[in-house]
Write a protein that binds this ligand. Structure first.
Ligand code: HPA
Length: 278
């Protein structure tokens, strides 16, 4: 079955379960459970029940598509995401983002945990992504292009909305949160970076590094779906003297502690309609 037909099949399946029309799509990253709790859920569908969805393999991520309302706006949220390092193809792991677009979402909010390669970032800081550098050795748009979904060569100039980031920074400051705008460096993983690799990422202009998000952003861009990306710095990776051994438990725990800050910022952005103004 072609990608387009698979999408139609999945969307038809979802429409048999709910008639909610989500305006916002959300991908919940590692440890961002607070935001999930804030969703007034009407329906949760396990990924394993949804046709053509990949299988979840990471313990720190569960696997449900949640439909409901968040701060007054209709949403569809992915509790648990898919990563390249799990072994999924790029096309398969980004399939849920295409489904969200076909369900009618107008904006996609992506969250993630990341290592900080800017010397200004500390564990627990929030970063709004203003650009990215992609070091994944595959691209979800590789292969035949279906013009019904998007163009062969999507332009990437206006991928990230600096006005949304400016508003997010303002909200963070008002609330006394340490927050920045930065360049996300996509690392395929699953091994973390060596000190020399962190140094490399810093030198080429990466402020933070993570193993997710970029494939999803590329597919969203392909389908002309605007994105807003918020990251939690879970470990400091620069300067090199600041690097400590990183465990997944630590990453989850720091992300969880920062999770209320992310919820607070998004709550204000969503309830004041920031995403609908331009
Ligand atoms: N590197 C890559 N991904 C990550 C890191 C890191 O240091 N921390 C959290 N996700």
């Amino acid at each position: 079955m072609e990608l387009f037909e698979k999408l139609e099949h999945t969307v038809t399946f979802i429409h048999t379960k709910t008639d909610l029309k989500p305006r916002l799509g959300i991908v919940l990253g590692t440890g961002l459970g607070d935001l999930e709790d804030a969703i007034e859920a009407e329906l949760s569908i396990p990924y394993s029940d949804i046709p053509h969805f990949p299988e979840v393999t990471v313990e720190s991520h569960k696997g449900e598509l949640i439909f409901g309302h968040l701060y007054g706006t209709s949403v569809v949220a992915m509790a648990g995401r898919f990563h390249f390092y799990e072994g999924h193809s790029m096309e398969h792991l980004t399939f849920p983002v295409r489904v969200m677009k076909q369900l009618g979402v107008e904006v996609l909010i992506l969250s993630n945990a990341a290592g900080g390669t800017s010397p200004n970032y500390k564990a627990g800081d929030i970063v709004f992504v203003r650009d990215h550098i992609n070091l994944h050795y595959d691209n979800p748009l590789r292969g035949p292009n279906d013009e019904r979904l998007g163009p062969r060569f999507p332009d990437m100039l206006r991928t990230y909305n600096r006005q949304w980031n400016a508003r997010a920074l303002e909200i963070a400051r008002t609330n006394g949160f340490s927050a920045h705008e930065g360049v996300y460096f996509g690392w395929p993983g699953p091994s973390l970076e060596t000190p020399a690799e962190y140094e490399f990422i810093h030198r080429v202009g990466g402020d933070l590094v993570g193993m997710s998000t970029i494939p999803e952003v590329l597919v969203a861009r392909h389908m002309d779906l605007p994105v807003f990306v918020v990251s939690v710095i879970t470990n400091q990776c620069y300067p090199l003297e600041a690097i400590r051994e990183t465990t997944v438990a630590e990453v989850i725990s720091v992300a969880q502690s920062a999770s209320p800050k992310v919820s607070r910022i998004l709550s204000e952005m969503i309830s004041t309609g920031v995403f609908w103004k331009n």
